[in-house]
Design a protein around this ligand. Structure first.
Ligand code: 0X9
Ligand code: ZN
Length: 303
């Protein structure tokens, strides 16, 4: 059985996702983005109230394997969208078509459960080391040395080429196919409690940065209301204080021209880091959802 008092391995997450299709057959369908390097399916759910002309939201989670809180928060969000009677959550659930993929790096996630808890990258073999950083592998400023590494043993190794990893290649193709309906792109990382907007390199500015800043400032205020958790907000390079190239959100913004793009670094600020106790899943997820509701209410008001 699945829940939010513990972290679960991939097969439990997938069994739970599949069960939703049976329970909520009118609203939920399983989506399959493609296969990982080791042949696992990259599964998610689409939640739709089937209203004519609804815009889509895509949530990418777990692209870094050890960031377990992102997988748990994504599944908690799915559950809330399907079961909550809170007016704000019901509104965003019904107003949009949701595409939620809790683990976009399933090989890595599985590896953190079976073998090495602190694994970050994919699991494709190189000559000396395994894996590329799937958040440096996208075709935007891909070979920029300021934001990624060409050393295959580095934690920020960009890979042999743009989209060399099957996980990023299939996800980018899936997103390209739905780009006309895609209004909002959200990604979850951990940790450090920051909410970010594009871009990861100095000097690159999102065309609608003022709007994204207004929405984001309000979102971290909304997040803080619940448990007094303090977030920083800003463009990636400003908020995380280093440069990052080849990231998914930047590519989605620049290449697919998605209007509203936000990326979270969830709890905490380093006390537990990636090893966030499972007792913090529900408080983390609740406050994160508060910020998502805030963002999407603002998006609806502007569209
Ligand atoms: O370095 C990263 O990839 C992210 N931080 S993490 O500790 N979760 O690894 C920040 C990524 C910044 N985002 C983009 N460049 N899109
Ligand atoms: Zn990350």
């Amino acid at each position: 059985t699945y829940g939010w008092q513990a972290y679960y391995p991939l097969t439990d997450v997938y069994d739970w996702l599949r069960s939703l299709e049976t329970i909520y057959e009118d609203r939920v369908s399983i989506i399959n983005i493609g296969k990982s390097y080791e042949g696992r399916d990259i599964l998610g759910v689409k939640i739709s109230s089937k209203r004519e002309g609804s815009k889509a939201i895509f949530l990418e989670s777990g692209i870094h394997a050890r960031e377990w809180i992102t997988v748990a928060t994504a599944t908690y969000l799915i559950n809330e969208l399907l079961t909550s009677d809170n007016a704000g959550i019901r509104n965003i659930s019904e107003h949009f078509d949701w595409y939620i993929v809790p683990s976009t790096n399933p090989d890595g996630y599985e590896y953190t459960h079976s073998t090495y808890r602190m694994w970050r990258k994919t699991r494709s073999p190189g000559d000396r080391c395994y894996g590329a950083d799937p958040n440096r592998n996208w075709g935007i400023e891909w070979d920029n040395d300021l934001g990624s590494s060409s050393d295959e043993c580095s934690e920020t190794y960009r890979g042999k080429g743009k989209f060399s990893e099957p996980e990023t290649k299939s996800l980018s193709e899936y997103l390209t196919n739905m780009k006309d309906e895609l209004l909002v792109y959200l990604c979850f990382h951990s940790y450090s409690q920051v909410l970010m907007i594009p871009y990861g390199l100095k000097g690159m500015v999102a065309d609608n940065e003022p709007a994204l800043r207004e929405i984001g400032d309000k979102a971290i205020e909304a997040l803080k209301q619940r448990h007094n958790t303090q977030y920083e907000f800003g463009p990636i390079y400003e908020a995380i204080k280093y440069e990052a190239s080849g990231g998914s959100m930047d590519w989605v913004k620049e290449e697919l021209k998605v209007k509203y793009t936000f990326e979270w670094e969830l709890r905490d600020k380093g006390r537990y880091g990636f090893l966030l106790p499972s007792t913090q899943i529900i408080p983390t997820a609740d406050e994160t959802i508060d910020s998502i509701v805030s963002i999407l209410q603002d998006v609806q008001a502007r569209e």
